[in-house]
Ligand binder design. Structure first.
Ligand code: SF4
Length: 462
C-alpha cells in the first residue's frame, strides 16, 4: 500500500485501460447526456435560474448560524427532535442510541450519501443491527459489498448482465432475467422488510428552515415506505442542505432533477415536517433529524472555497468530467467523487491526504459550466492547489523545479544560460514522474526561438 495519492494513480491507470468499464460508463453517460440535455433545455432562462440558486445558497452559507436554529425550532415545534453531530463517530453513536432505546434489530434505509460518509451500515452491523438499503442501486452495491460508484446512480458501473448474475448468485433468478424481472424480485424481497423494520433511515435533499421540514426526492417510492411504515424515522443530513423557505423548492426541485437525471421533476418529492400528528393517519411515532458537520465547518471557514457547500448533489459535474469518465467513481476512494469530491474532500478530510484530487483535472471547465448552482469548480481546484503549496505540502523536488523554472522564465539571459540538452535533463529530473510514463516528455529545442531568429537574420538591417 502506498500513500492515498499513489494508490489513486495506480487505480486510475488500471481503470483507464479497463475496456469493459469504459464501455459500460460510456453507455450510461451517453444516456444521461441525452436525457439531461433535453431536460435542462426546458428550463426557461437557465442562467438566471442558476444565478438565483447560487445567491440563495450564498445567503444560506453566510448565515448558517441563523438558518439552522430556525429549522431546529420549527421542526421541534411539531414534535421532531434535532441531534447535532460534530463528526461521524457522534452521528453513529446517536443513531445507535435511538435504535437501542427502541429495541430495534432491523433498519430499512433509503439512499443517503451522508450515511455513506459516516459508514453507518458498517457501524450498525458491528453493533448487531441489520441495515438494509432499499434503493435498487444501493441494494445492488450493498449485495456486492461495494460503496456507491456515483452520488446519484450508485450502480452505474454495472451492466444489466452483471446485475442478473448477481441476483442469480444470491436469489437464484435466471441469468437471462430482464431488468423488469430483477426489479420485481428486489421489490418482492424488500416489501416485507418495510413491515418488519422498527426504524427507517433516510437522508434529505433539502432542509426547509421556515417550515422546519425535510424534503426528500426519489424515483422508487422506497423513501416514502421507509418514512411511513417504521415507528421511528431518522433523517441524517449534512448541515449544508438547508434552504431558507419551502417556496425555494420551486427552483431547486426542477434544477436538481433536470441536472441529475434529465427528468422535469423527480417522481416522488416528499416534505416531512415532524412525526405523526394527532389528527394524521400515517407517519412515524418519532422523528429525528441528525445534523452532521463532519468537516463541513472546515470548508465553511475557507472564505474563497466555501461555495463547495452550495452543492445540491445532482451529480452533473461527475457525468461531464473527462477524468471521471475514464477512471470511474471508486478510484477516488472518497464518498464524493468527481469534481465536487475533488474540491470538498481536501477540506473535509484533510489537505495533506487528499490534495492530489485537486490535480486530477484537465481544468476544461465542463463541471463549472454544467453546475446548476454555479459553483466555480475549476477555480476551486486551483485554489486548493494554491493552498497545498502554501501549506508546504508539495515535494522538495517539485518546489525546486518550479523555482528554477520561474527564475529561468523571468530573464532572457537565464533562459538561454543552459543549452537544450541540459534543459531536457532538468525537465526529466524534476517532472518525469508527475508527467507519467505513458506520455512522451516534450523536448526542448537545442536553441531558443529568439536565438534561432537572431542567427537567421544576422547581418540583416533592422
Ligand atoms: S457541484 Fe454542482 S454539478 Fe456537481 S454535484 Fe454539486 S450541484 Fe451538481
Amino acid at each position: 500500500m502506498g500513500s492515498t495519492a499513489e494508490d489513486f494513480l495506480v487505480a486510475s491507470e488500471e481503470k483507464a485501460f479497463d475496456l469493459d468499464h469504459r464501455r459500460i460508463i460510456n453507455n450510461s453517460i451517453d444516456k444521461y447526456t441525452a436525457a439531461a440535455t433535453s431536460g435542462i433545455s426546458r428550463i426557461a432562462n437557465l442562467d438566471n435560474a442558476k444565478k438565483k440558486g447560487h445567491v440563495i445558497k450564498w445567503k444560506v452559507m453566510e448565515n448558517l448560524d441563523k438558518f439552522l436554529p430556525e429549522f431546529e425550532s420549527n421542526f421541534q415545534r411539531r414534535g421532531g427532535k434535532v441531534i447535532w453531530a460534530n463528526d461521524a463517530e457522534e452521528a453513529n453513536r446517536e443513531i445507535l442510541n435511538i435504535i437501542q432505546r427502541a429495541k430495534a434489530k432491523t433498519v430499512v434505509k433509503s439512499k443517503s450519501m451522508v450515511t455513506e460518509e459516516i459508514h453507518l451500515n458498517e457501524f450498525l452491523k458491528q453493533n448487531g443491527v441489520e441495515s438494509l438499503e432499499t434503493d435498487l442501486g444501493e441494494y445492488i452495491v450493498q449485495l456486492l459489498g461495494q460503496a456507491p460508484y456515483h452520488i446519484v446512480t450508485p450502480a452505474m458501473h454495472l451492466s444489466k448482465e452483471d446485475i442478473a448474475q448477481l441476483f442469480n448468485k444470491h436469489f437464484g433468478t435466471p441469468v437471462e432475467a430482464t431488468p423488469e424481472q430483477l426489479t420485481l424480485k428486489a421489490r418482492e424481497l424488500l416489501r416485507d422488510k418495510y413491515l418488519q423494520a422498527d426504524v427507517g433511515i433516510t437522508g434529505a435533499n433539502f432542509l426547509l428552515a421556515d417550515t422546519g421540514s425535510v424534503a426528500i426526492s426519489e424515483n422508487e417510492g422506497n423513501a416514502r415506505l421507509c418514512t411511513t411504515f417504521p415507528r421511528i424515522h431518522i433523517a441524517v443530513v449534512g448541515i449544508e442542505k438547508i434552504i431558507p423557505s419551502i417556496t425555494d423548492l420551486d427552483l431547486f426541485w426542477p434544477m436538481l432533477s433536470t441536472h441529475g437525471t434529465g427528468q422535469n421533476l423527480t417522481v416522488y418529492n416528499t416534505i416531512l415536517s415532524g412525526p405523526r400528528q394527532a389528527n394524521e393517519t400515517d407517519g412515524p411515532e418519532e422523528m429525528y433529524v441528525v445534523l452532521v458537520d463532519n468537516g463541513r465547518t472546515n470548508l465553511l471557514a475557507q472564505k474563497e472555497q466555501r461555495q463547495g457547500l452550495y452543492c445540491i448533489r445532482c451529480g452533473a459535474c461527475l457525468n461531464v468530467c473527462p477524468v471521471y469518465q475514464n477512471i470511474g467513481g471508486h478510484t477516488y476512494n472518497t464518498t464524493y467523487s468527481g469534481p465536487i469530491g475533488s474540491i470538498i474532500t481536501p477540506h473535509t478530510n484533510g489537505m495533506a491526504e487528499f490534495k492530489h484530487l485537486s490535480y486530477a483535472s484537465s481544468l476544461c471547465g465542463s463541471c463549472t459550466e454544467v453546475c446548476p448552482v454555479k459553483i466555480d469548480i475549476h477555480k476551486m481546484l486551483l485554489l486548493n492547489r494554491r493552498d497545498a503549496v502554501n501549506e508546504g505540502l508539495v515535494t522538495t523536488k517539485e518546489r525546486w523545479g518550479w523555482a528554477a523554472w520561474k527564475k529561468g522564465m523571468l530573464k532572457r539571459s537565464m533562459m538561454d544560460f543552459l543549452g537544450g540538452k541540459m534543459k531536457n535533463f532538468f525537465l526529466k529530473f524534476f517532472f518525469k514522474k508527475t508527467w507519467g510514463h505513458l506520455r512522451e516528455m516534450p523536448v526542448v529545442a537545442e536553441k531558443s526561438f529568439a536565438k534561432q531568429w537572431q542567427e537567421k537574420h544576422q547581418g540583416e538591417e533592422q
